[in-house]
Design a protein around this ligand. Structure first.
Ligand code: MTE
Length: 322
């Protein structure tokens, strides 16, 4: 990963104030606010901001916005890693601006009883619609955000696919489209971007497929129209713009491990006690907080989700990041 090693200033947590705290608003209100309500209706209800339906979504009371201070929308959608659209954090928003990820089909394949190629909007209907959850997000580069996602629990998609007993892992693949994804014409990564989970991780309540942010369809630069969110793992697990979800018997190779196995693993669980070979993982820079000086906070084991997920890793040596 192209990394700027974080500066080692430390600020007390008391100075940490998000740039602004947004309220989660139903999408219809948002459209009204920006004056697109009628235009949206004229397009048969099709979103002008993205391909997916299912909005407005309801807050899941187990993951409320009131529990964490969400990062401002401008930071979540303006400071991105999406190498298909450039390696600089500010590039994806601009370079993916005109990209049209619709219509969009997702393929369910591999060791399952229900292989299918399914339109993303049908998929959202089949999993029972969208919900909102506010999750912490911790990038392996030692920065963090708090993101109000809209989407659905990955386990619902797994149930739809109905894996065979031989299926032990899930492999998720991003679209390969060098014509429209300029970064794929460079060799910055081995394309297409691939990530994977163990099947029991994919079935964990926290594993999520996001199709929105702040109650609106997910912007292109954040992985439209659907991306993975695994809040107890480093952000690179969150594969964007997924076209294929495959159930396999063996642990799949994931893109960053393929690039640099000594630095990026498969499990990739957030762990403040195991440093990246080139920098500490003990603390993180909070994006959008602390003004010009930035602000840091201690990184939590499993990114704060230890109680929920520690049982998944009994017997696993957590000092090994793969
Ligand atoms: N998915 C694809 N297809 N390509 C990428 O470059 N970057 C990953 C992950 N998913 C990436 C990707 C990394 S390193 C991070 S930290 C998160 O997306 C960033 O998500 P965000 O830009 O929505 O914050």
């Amino acid at each position: 990963m192209l990394i700027r090693t974080p500066k080692d200033w430390e600020l007390p947590e008391s100075v940490v104030t998000p740039e602004s705290a947004y309220e989660l608003r139903p999408r219809r209100d948002f459209l009204k606010t920006i004056g697109l309500g009628l235009a949206g209706a004229a397009l048969g209800g099709r979103d002008l901001l993205g391909a997916t339906g299912g909005f407005p979504s309801k807050e899941n009371p187990d993951y409320p916005a009131s529990a964490l201070k969400p990062t401002a929308y401008e930071y979540i959608t303006g400071y991105n890693n999406f190498y298909e659209f450039g390696t600089d954090k500010a590039e994806p928003r601009v370079a993916a601006g005109k990209w049209q990820p619709e219509p969009w089909t997702v393929e369910l394949a591999g060791l399952i009883r229900n292989p299918a190629k399914i339109d993303v909007n049908d998929l959202i209907k089949q999993v029972g619609g969208l919900e909102q959850r506010v999750y912490r997000m911790r990038c392996v580069e030692a920065w963090s955000m708090v993101i109000p996602w809209d989407g659905f629990q990955l386990s619902k998609l797994v149930a739809l696919a109905d894996p065979l007993p031989e299926a032990k892992f899930v492999k998720l693949t991003t679209l390969l489209d060098p014509k429209n994804m300029p970064g794929q014409r460079q060799r910055s990564l081995d394309w297409p971007y691939v990530e994977g989970l163990r099947l029991d991780e994919a079935n964990h309540e926290l594993a999520f497929i996001a199709t929105g942010i702040y109650g609106k369809p997910i912007p292109n630069q954040n992985g439209a129209p659907l991306r993975l969110v695994v809040p107890w793992k480093y952000g690179f697990k969150g594969v964007k713009s997924i076209v294929k979800i495959e159930f396999v018997a063996k642990q799949p190779m994931n893109t960053w491990r393929q690039m640099q196995a000594s630095e990026y693993g498969f499990l990739a669980n957030v762990n403040p006690n195991v440093d990246h070979p080139r920098w500490s993982q003990a603390s993180e820079r909070i994006i959008g907080a602390g003004g010009a000086f930035g602000a840091r906070q201690k990184t939590l084991m499993f990114n704060g989700y230890e109680k929920q997920v520690a049982a998944l890793y009994q017997g696993v040596d957590l000092r090994k990041f793969y």
